[in-house]
Design a protein around this ligand. Structure first.
Ligand code: FES
Length: 49
C-alpha cells in the first residue's frame, strides 16, 4: 500500500522570514540585514552594557 496526497506546500510557507528587532530595516516589519551595519546587539551582550 502506498500513501499519496495532492498536498503541495506553498512556496511562501517554505520561505523563512525574520522580523526586525533593531528598528533600522528599510523593509519593516522584516529584517533586511541592516542590524549588522548599525551594530545592533540583543540578548546577553546588550544587557551587559
Ligand atoms: S533586526 Fe533590524 S534589520 Fe535586522
Amino acid at each position: 500500500m502506498s500513501l499519496t496526497t495532492d498536498f503541495t506546500p506553498r512556496a511562501s510557507w517554505a520561505r523563512r522570514v525574520t522580523l526586525c528587532r533593531c528598528g533600522a530595516s528599510k523593509n519593516k516589519p522584516f529584517c533586511d540585514g541592516e542590524h549588522a551595519a548599525i551594530g545592533f546587539q540583543a540578548g546577553p551582550a546588550a544587557a551587559a552594557k
